[in-house]
Design a protein around this ligand. Structure first.
Ligand code: 13P
Ligand code: SF4
Length: 359
């Protein structure tokens, strides 16, 4: 069992034996049983920066999902190994954009005569191959905490927000649309959805020409389930409640909410909240439960009690962490994540571009 005191003790002992040789990173959506052993916790942006901050650590154990561990491998030194405690911890959103599909989409944009005026921007939640594609075509990675700055930068490269330049945003259509509409002042009509399963993405040349945001047809299976009805219900159940959601939620949900932001933003908002105030949070359940436990002075509700955990984040549990740490103590490196060197070079260009964005 995860809260088996024997396992807790074994994790503690293995971590102590490894000392500074191991650095454990934990995403905010990780289970409590795992997060207690993280040296640093954060959203995907913070963890990308932190991964590179301990060059003396031989092993970086990434308690998160596959694309985060890939990014850590790209950003850490060659002498460091990055380990994902369960290789099955993927991300359904990242899996919605395969590199072959993205190459085909770019060919469609080229045939339509718009690729020269298009900058690719990929969400961190994408494979290293997609990040490499983005780097090769002069684009940037972004996360939910810097999507606005990344999009402004990308539009500047193609004539500014008022010109006719375009952004190809992958793979989360919701983050792309929410940032464009809620923060950049573009309209819903400026956004089109490129469906990789349809010929030509399901778009006409005229639609591509008129678009400013070409959104990949991808979404998060957890955040995509929150609905406007959830917002309406909680407002009637809890008068005065503040509704705070992650930008991976649908645009109509974000528009109905009071606040929108990344996991770090959500944490800061609750830290600064008026004691006694009520909050309904639309993000992953491990984080919301932890926020409720650490803020007894607030009333913290889950936006929809039927939506559950991110099942792939949850694959990293205490037994997997113990196995990983004990293997490292014994001199074996299990589940190492290694990005192909050519992909790593170009993905690094796109990640470095993100890290160089202002703010
Ligand atoms: P953050 O960028 O807020 O960490 O989100 C990552 C993620 O996977 C959200 O579903
Ligand atoms: Fe991927 Fe959604 Fe899970 Fe985040 S919450 S890792 S986007 S499936």
């Amino acid at each position: 069992a995860p809260d088996d005191p024997g396992l807790v003790e074994r994790a503690r002992a293995a971590k102590e034996a490894l000392g500074d040789r191991v650095f454990v990173l934990g995403h905010h959506y990780q289970r409590d049983e795992v997060i207690q052993f993280a040296d640093v916790t954060g959203d995907s942006f913070k963890l990308a920066r932190e991964a590179a901050a301990r060059p003396q650590a031989e092993h970086v154990v990434f308690c998160g999902v596959h694309f985060m561990a890939e990014s850590a491998d790209i950003l850490t030194g060659d002498h460091q190994t990055v380990v994902l405690p369960d290789l099955a911890a993927g991300c359904s959103m990242a899996d919605m954009a395969a590199i072959e599909q993205v190459e085909e989409a770019w060919a469609v944009l080229t045939d339509a005569g718009v690729s020269a005026r298009t900058v690719p921007v990929t969400y961190m939640n994408s494979t290293a191959a997609i990040k490499a594609f983005t780097g090769r075509h002069g684009g940037t990675v972004c996360t939910s905490s810097n999507a606005q700055v990344a999009l402004r930068w990308a539009f500047e490269k193609v004539g500014g927000l008022t010109g006719d330049g375009k952004v190809l945003f992958m793979p989360d259509q919701h983050l792309g649309r929410n940032t464009a509409v809620e923060q950049l002042g573009l309209t819903l009509e400026d956004c089109v959805v490129f469906d990789p399963r349809k010929p030509g993405g399901g778009l006409t040349v005229a639609e591509l020409e008129a678009a400013r945001m070409i959104l990949w047809r991808g979404h998060c299976s957890v955040h995509g389930r929150f609905s406007v009805q959830n917002v309406t219900d909680v407002r009637s159940r809890v008068p005065g409640v503040n509704v705070l959601v992650h930008p991976e939620c649908k645009n109509e949900v974000v528009a109905a909410a009071d606040l929108v932001g990344s996991t770090e933003f959500i944490i800061r908002a609750l830290d600064a909240a008026e004691p006694g105030s009520a909050w309904a949070i639309g993000t992953e359940l491990n984080l919301v439960r932890r926020l409720a436990a650490t803020h007894p002075e607030l009333t913290v509700h889950y936006l929809d009690s039927t939506v559950c955990f991110c099942s792939t984040m949850n694959r990293i549990d205490l037994p997997h962490l113990v196995w990983t740490l004990e293997s490292l103590v014994e001199g074996r490196v299990p589940n190492r994540i290694v990005v192909d060197p050519e992909d790593a070079r170009w993905a690094r260009a796109a990640l470095d571009q993100m890290l160089a964005l202002p703010g």
